[in-house]
Design a protein around this ligand. Structure first.
Ligand SMILES: NC(=O)c1ccc[n+]([C@@H]2O[C@H](COP(=O)([O-])OP(=O)(O)OC[C@H]3O[C@@H](n4cnc5c(N)ncnc54)[C@H](OP(=O)(O)O)[C@@H]3O)[C@@H](O)[C@H]2O)c1
Length: 261
C-alpha cells in the first residue's frame, strides 16, 4: 500500500508513527506539508516530502487528508487538480462527504491519537463500503488499532464526542485524581507522575482481565465501606448525567461545525 499524507500535523503524525511501528516501510509513505518544523521531523523519519505536482506520477492508493477544516476544501481542489483519479481518505472533522466537490472519491475517517501506539479507535464511513479503496482504508487503520465501520455518516458526530473529545474528558477527570495525590505525596513530582502512570495503565490491565466494569467495581467495594460511600456520592451527584451532557454538548458542536463549512 502506498499512501500520501496531505497535512502532517498532530493526527497525521500519530498515524504515521503507528504505521511505522506496525512495520510499514517509510518508502511507502509520502508527505505534503508546508510547515518547516514538521518537515524536519518527517525527514528525520526517512519519509519522502513531495509536492502536489508529483501526486499523479507517484501513484498513491490513498491520499490521507489531514488539514484543519478551514483548509480542507481548497486542499481537496488542489489534489483533484493534480491527480483527478485520486481517492481521498479525509480525517477532517465536521466536513461531510457531500461538502466535497467529488463525494464519490471521498472516504471519511475519524481516528484518535492512540494510533501512535497501535491502540487507535477509528470510525470510518463511505457511500460505497464494498469498494477496493474502502477495504484498503480499513486495512490501513487496522494496522494502527481498531476500526468501527459506520452505516450512517451522521453517527460520526456521536463517535467524535465519545472517542475523540471523550478521551479529553477522561484526562480531565484523571487530572483531578493526580492533583489530589500530589497534595499528599511526599516524593517529588516526577516520582508521583510515574506512580500515577502505573495507576492509569493498571485500569486497562484490569479491564482486559474482566471486561465488565460492574464486576470490577464489585471487587473493590464492600457493603458500608469507603468505596460504596464514594460511589453513592457520585450517583447522588448524577455522574452519569454529567457525562451524557458532555457527550451531547460535543456532538451538538460537531453538528454546528459541519453546518458552518
Ligand atoms: N488532532 C486530533 O486528535 C484529531 C483527531 C481526529 C481528526 N482530526 C482532524 O484532523 C485534521 C488535522 O488536525 P491536526 O490536529 O493534525 O492539525 P494540525 O496539527 O494543524 O496539522 C495540519 C497540518 O497541515 C498543514 N497544512 C494545511 N494545509 C496544507 C496544505 N495545503 N499543504 C500542506 N500542508 C498543509 C498545516 O500547516 P500550517 O500549520 O502552516 O497551517 C499543519 O502543519 C483536522 O481537520 C482535525 O479535525 C484531528
Amino acid at each position: 500500500m502506498k499512501i500520501c499524507f496531505l497535512g502532517c500535523g498532530n493526527i497525521a503524525q500519530a498515524i504515521i508513527d503507528g504505521l511505522l511501528k506496525s512495520g510499514m516501510q517509510p518508502s511507502n509513505i509520502a508527505c505534503i506539508e508546508r510547515n518547516e518544523h514538521r518537515v524536519k521531523l518527517l525527514k528525520s523519519q526517512n519519509l519522502q516530502i513531495i509536492e502536489l505536482d508529483n501526486l499523479a506520477s507517484l501513484g498513491f492508493d490513498l491520499i490521507l487528508l489531514a488539514v484543519k477544516p478551514k483548509d480542507a476544501l481548497s486542499a481537496e481542489e488542489s489534489i483533484f487538480k493534480h491527480a483527478p483519479k485520486a481517492i481521498i481518505l479525509s480525517v477532517v472533522a465536521g466536513i461531510g462527504i457531500e461538502k466535497y466537490s467529488q463525494p464519490k472519491s471521498i472516504i471519511r475517517a475519524m481516528p484518535n491519537t492512540a494510533c501512535a501506539f497501535g491502540k487507535g479507535v477509528t470510525a470510518i464511513y463511505s457511500v460505497d463500503q464494498n469498494s477496493k479503496a474502502f477495504i484498503l482504508a480499513k486495512s490501513l487503520f487496522k494496522k494502527v488499532g481498531h476500526v468501527l465501520t459506520l452505516q450512517n455518516e451522521e453517527e460520526m458526530h456521536r463517535f467524535t464526542s465519545i472517542i475523540g473529545s471523550g478521551q479529553a474528558f477522561l484526562f480531565l477527570v484523571l487530572n483531578t485524581y493526580l492533583n489530589e495525590l500530589e497534595k499528599i505525596s511526599s516524593t517529588d513530582q516526577v516520582a508521583t507522575k510515574s506512580m500515577f502512570q502505573d495507576f492509569i495503565s493498571s485500569l486497562g490491565d484490569s479491564f482486559s482481565q474482566d471486561l465488565n466494569f460492574e464486576s470490577l467495581i464489585n471487587k473493590i467495594k464492600s457493603p458500608g465501606g469507603t468505596t460504596q460511600a464514594g460511589l453513592e456520592s457520585l450517583e447522588n451527584n448524577n455522574l452519569d448525567k454529567i457525562l451524557q451532557d458532555a457527550f451531547q454538548a460535543a456532538e451538538d458542536r460537531s453538528i454546528e461545525i459541519s453546518n458552518e463549512q
